[in-house]
Design a protein around this ligand. Structure first.
Ligand code: HH2
Length: 264
C-alpha cells in the first residue's frame, strides 16, 4: 500500500503533494513500482496534531481521489475518520476505508462504509493523535491490541460490515512507546492468527528513528527491516512511502521461499 499524504504537515512528506497533479504523478509512479493500492490521506495523524475540519479535508483529498480513480488500475483507499469525507470518497471511486480510529470517531462512519460495501481497515490507537504519546502504558501490549481489534471487528459486523470486508492493523506508533512498537513488530503473527487480513504501517516512524538514531530521511533501511519482519509473519499489506524498495525486498524474499518449495 503506497502512502499519498495530501497534507501540508504529515511527519515525513507533508506539503510534497498538495497540488492534485503532483499527487497523481506520485500515485502513477507508485503503481509502476508495484503498489497494489494507494492510500490517500488529507489529515495528518502525527503525534500532537489537532485535526482539520471536514471541508478542508475534502478540499485536499477529493481532487486527488477523483483523478486516481479515473487513472489508476489499482484500488484507492481513503485515510479518514470522518463519515462525510469517506462518503464523498466512495462516490468518487475509492473502495477502501482506512480509519485510524476503528470506526469510533464518527458514529455515522460504520453505516456509510456498510452502504458503500467498502473494505474497512480497523486500526488500534490509544487516545487521540493529540494525546496518544502521553506515557502510554499496557499490561501486555500484544494481547491488549489483539483484544481491541477483535472487539472492533465484532462491533463493525454488528453495524452491518461483512467480516470478509474487514482488515486489522495494530497501529504502530499510535499511543505506543518504542518498546511497545518493537513488541508488536516481533509478534505480528499473533494478529495474522486472528483470521483477518493484517495491515502494518512502520514506514519511517519514530520508533525506527529511535532505534537507529536516524532522522526521517534516513529511515529507509529500518523501514525495510520492518517490511521483512512483516512478510515473515504473514502480514498481508504493508503501508509504505518507499514502494519500489519495499516491493523489491518482498519479491526477493518470495523468490527465496519459492526455491525452497520447488525443492519440496
Ligand atoms: N499510520 C499513519 C497514518 N495512517 N493507517 C494505518 N492503517 N496504519 C498506520 O500505521 C498509519 C495509518 C501515519 O503515517 P503517515 O501517513 O506517514 O503520517 P501522517 O499521519 O503525519 O500523515
Amino acid at each position: 500500500m503506497g502512502i499519498l499524504n495530501v497534507t501540508p504537515d504529515s511527519f515525513s512528506d507533508g506539503g510534497h503533494y498538495a497540488d492534485p497533479e503532483a499527487a497523481l504523478m506520485r500515485a502513477i509512479r507508485m503503481e509502476a513500482e508495484g503498489a497494489d493500492l494507494i492510500d490517500v490521506g488529507g489529515e495528518s495523524t502525527r503525534p500532537g496534531s489537532a485535526g482539520v475540519p471536514a471541508a478542508e479535508e475534502l478540499r485536499r483529498v477529493m481532487p486527488v481521489i477523483e483523478r486516481l480513480a479515473r487513472t489508476l488500475r489499482i484500488p484507492v483507499s481513503v485515510d479518514t475518520a470522518k463519515a462525510e469525507v469517506a462518503e464523498r470518497a466512495f462516490e468518487a471511486g475509492a473502495s477502501i476505508l482506512n480509519d485510524v480510529t476503528a470506526l469510533r470517531h464518527d458514529p455515522r462512519m460504520a453505516g456509510v462504509a456498510a452502504r458503500a460495501k467498502a473494505a474497512v481497515i480497523l486500526m488500534h490507537m490509544r487516545g487521540t493523535p493529540r494525546t496518544m504519546q502521553r506515557a502510554p502504558r499496557y499490561r501486555d501490549v500484544v494481547e491488549e491490541v489483539a483484544g481491541f481489534l477483535q472487539e472492533a471487528a465484532l462491533r463493525a459486523q454488528v453495524q452491518g460490515i461483512a467480516r470478509n470486508r474487514l482488515l486489522i492493523d495494530p497501529g504502530l506508533g499510535f499511543g505506543k512507546t518504542v518498546t511497545h512498537n518493537l513488541e508488536l513488530m516481533r509478534s505480528l503473527d499473533r494478529f495474522v492468527a486472528l483470521g483477518m487480513p493484517v495491515v502494518a504501517g512502520p514506514s519511517r516512524k519514530s520508533f525506527i528513528g529511535k532505534v537507529l538514531e536516524a532522522d526521517v530521511p534516513d529511515r529507509l533501511v529500518g523501514t525495510l527491516a520492518c517490511v521483512a519482519q512483516a512478510q515473515r509473519c504473514g502480514v498481508h499489506i504493508v503501508r509504505v512511502h518507499d514502494v519500489g524498495p519495499a516491493v523489491q525486498l518482498i519479491h526477493m524474499l518470495e523468490a527465496i521461499e519459492a526455491s525452497h518449495a520447488a525443492r519440496g
